[in-house]
Design a protein around this ligand. Structure first.
Ligand SMILES: Cc1cc2nc3c(=O)[nH]c(=O)nc-3n(C[C@H](O)[C@H](O)[C@H](O)COP(=O)(O)OP(=O)(O)OC[C@H]3O[C@@H](n4cnc5c(N)ncnc54)[C@H](O)[C@@H]3O)c2cc1C
Length: 305
């Protein structure tokens, strides 16, 4: 049943009719609930609301797999403006982005050019930029780019996915760069040739990676809504005297709001991932595929608004 529901939402996520409808009509419905807004400016008030409650933020302009150089360049300029606005408005926010949104599928030179412009701005304003991890076909290219940028810039971090068999080795390989890393379970549909098919194996590997990254002494973001992973992290930190300043928890905007606040009250750093942009429909359907119960909180929000 779970697989059927998941496939149903993944099927809906690809509907261009619904996507266009959502783009043209639905922005106000999603804003402040699952996305910040349809652009960065309209997201600022939600970022401030979170900051006032002690929550840090990372923002992500929705839209990936860009196949036009003009759009990749537009995305780059937009990202630069976002970083400048974060600095000007004094927001406690970082930026997350995907290499395919800057042209990874077009050519490598284009991504390097675009990312260099972004990181020059980020470094000037000391705003961290995290390179999200996409599907496994882009994993090596993404890690290679990260290593290249990390040698020149301090304000860059990336993501490792626990469902991939390769990740333990990637974590060891990245250690020499003293990276800031976000650890996640992994969100793409991957084959058993490259990824653990069983959830219990993904969870076990996730715990292994959390512990190793913390023991390596690297700043680690545990991006999960799973209480088991949160409790495991707290326990490892306690057992090995790892200070709270060496790690943070991250969750998606609109998910587990009370847990987010509770973690802040307990003295942990909590960062909320706020996507924004017109392409919110596919993002939302993928979240429903992960956890259909998310529908309930959206309807609650609709009734209130
Ligand atoms: C900040 C952030 C950034 C991310 N970046 C990336 C990325 O770059 N690349 C990538 O591949 N993936 C990324 N992901 C997605 C990630 O890989 C997972 O697909 C997603 O987080 C679901 O896994 P989970 O660990 O949250 O828990 P799951 O394994 O989905 O759920 C475990 C348990 O957690 C609880 N739970 C989960 N969600 C909720 C909820 N909404 N409310 C209440 N309880 C809940 C339930 O008890 C559930 O059984 C990111 C996730 C976050 C939070």
């Amino acid at each position: 049943m779970e697989a059927i529901t998941r496939n149903f939402f993944l099927f809906l996520s690809k509907s261009s009719v619904l996507n266009n409808f959502a783009k043209n009509r639905g922005g106000h419905f999603a804003a402040g609930k699952i996305i910040g807004g349809t652009d960065f400016t309209s997201s600022i008030r939600f970022i401030r609301e979170l900051n006032e409650k002690g929550l840090s933020v990372t923002v992500d302009h929705l839209g990936e797999f860009v196949d036009s150089e003009d759009i990749a360049n537009e995305r780059t300029e937009e990202c630069i403006q976002t970083i400048e606005m974060i600095a000007r408005e004094n927001l406690d926010s970082q930026v997350s982005l995907k290499m395919t949104s800057l042209g990874l599928d077009i050519n490598r030179q284009l991504v390097v050019k675009n990312m260099t412009k972004i990181l020059d701005t980020a470094e000037k304003h000391q705003v961290m930029v995290t390179i999200d991890m996409e599907d496994v076909e882009r994993c090596q290219a993404t890690l290679d780019l990260f290593k290249e940028f990390k040698q020149k810039y301090s304000c860059v971090s990336t993501v490792l996915q626990a469902y991939l068999y390769r990740t333990e080795e990637d974590l060891a390989d990245l250690n020499q760069y003293q990276p800031f890393l976000r650890l996640v379970k992994g969100a793409y549909k991957e084959s058993p040739q490259v990824a653990y098919p069983e959830k219990s194996d993904v969870d076990d590997n996730y715990k292994k990676l959390i512990k190793q990254s913390l023991l390596n002494g690297n700043y680690t973001a545990i991006a999960s809504h799973d209480d088991h992973m949160i409790e495991f992290t707290k326990q490892v930190a306690k057992e090995h005297n790892i200070p709270n300043s060496q790690f943070e928890f991250q969750m998606l905007y609109g998910m587990r709001n009370q847990t987010q606040l509770d973690l802040v009250k307990q003295g942990y750093k909590m960062r909320v991932y706020i996507p924004y942009g017109l392409d919110w429909y596919g993002y939302f359907m993928r979240r429903l595929a992960e956890r259909p119960a998310n529908l309930a909180f959206v309807f609650k929000g609709m009734v209130k608004s």
